[in-house]
Design a protein around this ligand. Structure first.
Ligand code: NAD
Length: 336
């Protein structure tokens, strides 16, 4: 296949960034369509994608045969209405995380993919492509520092947009840790508990955070996750791993350090766009390469469903308290 023609669906914060990425850094693909109901956002994105045409919805883009593959970057609750027509059209899909916000809708997507008979969907859990997480996974698997006993994760945003509501702490944010803890430990999440730290009065009124989430895996690793979306100072995603014979840490900022005015200062990220830039690039390049070979190369719709099932439990734990057990449907043989 020559260049892969990609339709980017949703040209907001993440979608617009992916358009620039595909146009400037990804080899063997270009953006052929921007699917976005908001004309202003569509025009801004089109200015960075000279070969793209604007469509107000996915159905119009499919009818015009405008793409070979679809990158979905609409908000999580609007993934399903884009996924279903794209699956029906047999198009390869990279769907931003979460696959959908809850287990029932994610299972519906799994069933649609299975019914189509071809694995079309890769989910945008890009931390699996981040060099630090990959290195830590290798260290855990190697056993060099003995058994992994626990993980301390911190996920901190400076602030969040007005559209961010309380459940999104789990289904939009902690979903990253839900996936990556399973990726690191090679073990599903068994139980979830949520506790509240003292509320940050700088948080939007509708949010009760920061929260501390305890994720327990089937193989008895306990992960603590500080989820904090109003830290003001910058964007941080860090993990410390506790082994029998040592400790490992990933995600410490590697920005420039300056020594001046009797202070040492290191630049911190302010956005996921820079913290995970290399991971997004690698995720999309590998997806493009795999798509051309008729495959996926990353987390599947089934991984998306497993995360969504844990998210359901996490949202209940957030609302009701307690340590709750996660229930999973049986894995379709299709994903073996
Ligand atoms: N992987 C990451 O680190 C990361 C970071 C940020 C966001 N995200 C994910 O990216 C997705 C988008 O988040 P965002 O922050 O860019 O949201 P956003 O609100 O900034 O942008 C979403 C865009 O989608 C458009 N849209 C809504 N429904 C649509 C539809 N049916 N068809 C086409 N366009 C539609 C909206 O008009 C908007 O322009 C979410 O799934 C989010 O979880 C991932």
């Amino acid at each position: 296949m020559s260049e892969l023609r990609i339709a980017v669906v949703g040209a907001g914060l993440m979608g617009a960034d992916h358009v620039i990425r595909i146009e400037s850094r990804i080899v063997g693909a270009h953006v052929s369509a921007i699917v976005e109901p908001d004309e202003g956002r569509a025009k801004t994105a089109l200015a960075t994608a000279p070969n793209a045409t604007w469509y107000p919805n996915i159905e119009a883009a499919i009818a015009a045969n405008a793409m070979d593959a679809v990158l979905i970057a609409t908000p999580g609750q609007f993934h399903e209405p884009v996924l279903l027509p794209a699956i029906a059209a047999g198009l390869p899909i990279l769907c931003e995380k979460p696959l959908t916000p809850d287990a029932a809708s994610s299972f519906k997507i799994v069933e649609a993919e299975v019914a189509g008979g071809t694995q079309l969907i890769q989910v945008g859990f890009m931390r699996r492509f981040d060099a630090g997480y990959v290195q830590l996974r290798e260290l855990i698997a190697s056993g060099k520092q003995g058994e992994l006993l626990g993980l301390h994760c911190a996920h901190r945003n400076p602030s969040v947009p007005d559209t961010y509501h309380n459940d999104m702490l789990i289904f939009d944010s902690v979903v990253h840790e839900i996936d990556v803890v399973r990726f690191l430990t090679d073990s599903p999440i068994k139980s979830i508990q949520v506790r509240h730290m003292k509320r940050n009065k700088l948080s939007p009124e509708k949010l009760n955070e920061p929260i501390l989430v305890l994720l327990e895996t089937e193989n008895d690793v306990l992960a603590t996750v500080e989820m904090n979306v109003s830290v003001q100072f910058g964007y941080q995603v860090k993990t410390e791993a506790v082994f029998q014979k040592g400790i490992a840490e990933i995600g410490r900022t590697a920005g420039m350090t300056t020594w001046a005015d009797a202070q040492i200062a290191t630049e911190e990220h302010v956005s996921f766009k820079t913290r995970f830039a290399a991971a997004y690039d690698s995720q999309i390049q590998r997806w493009v390469n795999a798509t051309k070979a008729g495959k996926i190369d990353g987390p599947s719709a089934w991984d998306g469903y497993l995360a969504a099932a844990a998210v359901d439990t996490g949202v209940r734990a957030l609302r009701e308290g307690g340590q709750l057990t996660v229930e999973y449907a049986a894995k379709p043989a299709f994903y073996n």
